[in-house]
Design a protein around this ligand. Structure first.
Ligand code: MLT
Ligand code: MN
Ligand code: ZN
Length: 313
């Protein structure tokens, strides 16, 4: 199985269009130690020919252009001049950074969207997604405990995907303040996925949005060979401290790396072989090579993903 990180930044990307925080300013100037990053997405394939995207970011077109494996294979492929190795897209929530790229896949090719009933409902309720021709683009509901075979465009990808709920929050644009502290969040609004190759037994978890590692999630992840996990913020209040936002990480539905309830602490006893942070917000000090925070997470056994990162399982 081959995994490619197409985009390792959170919503807004790095640098973010309207942001002049220290990280964004320095990366824009091309200062050493900081690399630009596009918005949150992975690609996965068993054979290197047919691919599934895990989330479809607003930067999808740029990500495909930077990834030769995702280019049309040319006229040698049966089916004519219009073709793409992208056969499936699985969604972990309805956030803009994870679904807007679907609109870049509207050029009449066949693929399958995998998402929870909740997220499929969000797509169905917004007519703009009808641009994905239902005769070509199938929508398949995922549910916990029910792995599905990834397939699309008449091809079986040879991989299974299981989606399971994780603590989180409904998409920003669906927040309902009148619904109380949960803002209207329901099960299925935020999921993690486990992708597996049933032949080799290789498997990994991808959880780009997660508010906390509760007992159920800890039990699920224990002993895993690879987890790509929510690395939005280093500390819960960093956006407030940097004058970027009035929101904490908790309010945004994101765990932090540091702190008593943070990801480093939560994974400390879980025996996960390889731990990779994805979905980093531009405010996160780990984006700077050699920073104290970067050293701390690396010493704790974590990697900080960059765009183009490749992992073979
Ligand atoms: C998030 O990860 O919290 C969202 O992508 C925020 C957003 O939609 O801008
Ligand atoms: Mn996001
Ligand atoms: Zn910034």
């Amino acid at each position: 199985m081959l995994i490619k990180v197409l985009g390792s930044a959170a919503g807004g990307g790095f640098p973010q269009i309207n942001c002049n925080c220290a990280n964004c300013a320095d990366v824009r100037l091309g200062k050493p130690g900081l690399a630009p990053r596009t918005q949150s997405s992975l690609a996965v394939s068993r054979d290197g020919e047919s691919w599934a995207l895990l989330n479809a970011s607003p930067d999808l077109r740029q990500q495909v252009a930077a990834t030769p494996e995702l280019a049309p294979a040319g006229r040698r492929v049966l089916g004519g001049a219009r073709t793409s190795p992208i056969k499936a897209v699985a969604l972990t929530n309805g956030d803009v950074d994870h679904i807007a790229g679907l609109l870049s896949l509207r050029e009449a090719f066949a693929f399958t969207i995998y998402a929870t009933e909740r997220v499929l409902g969000t797509l169905a309720a917004n007519r703009i997604f009808s641009v994905l021709d239902s005769r070509l683009v199938q929508r398949v509901a995922t549910a916990p405990g029910r792995p599905v075979k990834l397939a699309g465009g008449g091809q079986d990808l040879g991989l299974t995907l299981e989606a399971f709920p994780v603590p989180g929050k409904v998409a920003l644009y669906l927040e309902d303040a009148a619904a109380g502290p949960g803002l209207g969040t329901r099960e299925g609004d935020t999921v993690g996925v486990r992708v597996a190759d049933p032949v080799t037994g290789a498997a990994f978890f991808y959880i780009p949005g997660c508010a906390a590692v509760d007992a159920a999630l800890a039990a699920r992840l224990r002993g895993a060979s690879l987890v790509l996990f929510d690395g939005t913020l280093y500390s819960d209040e960093e956006m407030i401290v940097q004058g970027l936002s009035a929101k904490t990480g908790r309010r945004m539905g994101h765990i932090s790396m540091s702190g008593r309830d943070g990801a480093l602490a939560a994974f400390a006893g879980l025996d996960v072989e390889r731990r990779v942070f994805v979905h980093m917000n531009n405010s996160n000090p780990v984006l700077r090579d050699g920073s104290r925070e970067r050293r701390e997470v690396e010493e704790a056994g974590w990697e900080v993903a960059c765009d183009g990162m490749e992992i073979r399982l």
